[in-house]
Design a protein around this ligand. Sequence first.
Ligand SMILES: Cc1cc2nc3c(=O)[nH]c(=O)nc-3n(C[C@H](O)[C@H](O)[C@H](O)COP(=O)(O)OP(=O)(O)OC[C@H]3O[C@@H](n4cnc5c(N)ncnc54)[C@H](O)[C@@H]3O)c2cc1C
Length: 383
Amino acid sequence: MIKDETALKVMVNTVGSFVKERLIPIEEEVAESDHIPDDVTAEMREMGLFGLSIPEEYGGLGLTLEEEVIVVMELCKAAPCFRSLIGTSVGIGGMGIVFDGTEDQKKKYLPVIASGEMPACFCLTEPDAGSDAGAVKTSAVKDGDFYIINGTKRFITNAPEAGIYVVYARTNQAIKGAPGVSAFIVERGTPGLVLGKNEKKMGQGGAHISDVIFEDCRVPASALLGGKLEKGFITAMKVLDKGRTHVSAVCVGSMERIIEEATRYAMDRKQFGQPIAEFQLVQAMLADSKMEAYAAKCMVLETARKYDRKENISTEASCTKLFASEAATRVADRGVQILGGSGYIREYPCERFYRDVRVYRLYEGTSQIQQLIIARNMIKAMK
Ligand SMILES: Cc1cc2nc3c(=O)[nH]c(=O)nc-3n(C[C@H](O)[C@H](O)[C@H](O)COP(=O)(O)OP(=O)(O)OC[C@H]3O[C@@H](n4cnc5c(N)ncnc54)[C@H](O)[C@@H]3O)c2cc1C
């Protein structure tokens, strides 16, 4: 649903210019230094990017999901590390509070998440609980008016930058699976919250992940998300349905950029006395990439519209994420192929994007997990 056509157009144009003039020129340097300059982060804050999906009454831009994915597709024509910086606030971290926080929690945290002052992160994965997220071992034990949290969360995006950690922990040890899990909001600086090392990754230099370790971390009972016990997994799944649509928009942005780079190169590069873009075998690679990016874009927009109509998107979000993330790696591979040897050279964005996009098939549920969700929903619907 597009609430305000004109405002959206202005936002997309502003983001488009920001991508071209500010982000693309520094992509390589950011990837190499593994650091986004502070003035660029400040500009992203000023543009409201940390609060895209946070309701206006709490200081965000209150975009619908359709509006959000359109902005994200534009932003992701730049290296995906820039989107990653806002991704956990706009998506998986901040949304848990938007969906299920108490009024007090929303008033306290959403404005500082939206302004970018205290970015949020989403702490679900653990060393022994990845795809089987319901198996989390991190515990939160009641102690008077407090909970004591112990355990390790793994691969947490923006953990080093975050001010707010939305943590999924087991409050009911008698229940082994998902129903025993509750969510807590833990602030940076709380004694007992310790960060692991900044992991060296395959791609997306400038975006950071680390362990978040809880060692007798004492939080007030008011940190329990929504004030409700054992509802954490339901929150996490709602967050991920929306998050998967957002990540699919990220895939589309990356694909469009790779296609632009590959097409430009093919038109410039001459072999056998003519631009390689004139060769039909090269054209086939360009056309297949365009087709996949377009199909993914249609899926993203349709799933977002369905979400905005308040319909269940569990199946569609997984179909979209599965298709878009798998397509992004095929498109990135063709990008390298079209550039020939240059596609293997760091100086060219296609080499970087080839590594950057690989993670889309892994996080927010691997491709195999999306397949399981889709098939499980299909079988359930027939019963
Ligand atoms: C860059 C990055 C950022 C991340 N950010 C976050 C974050 O912010 N917050 C967070 O909580 N997590 C985050 N993660 C973690 C991510 O969500 C997990 O890595 C992912 O869910 C997979 O879990 P795993 O790594 O434990 O793999 P595993 O679950 O061990 O899976 C290994 C392989 O087994 C397959 N497999 C597992 N179970 C099944 C099954 N039942 N049927 C078929 N195949 C199966 C998987 O598909 C995969 O191929 C991030 C990871 C990365 C790499």
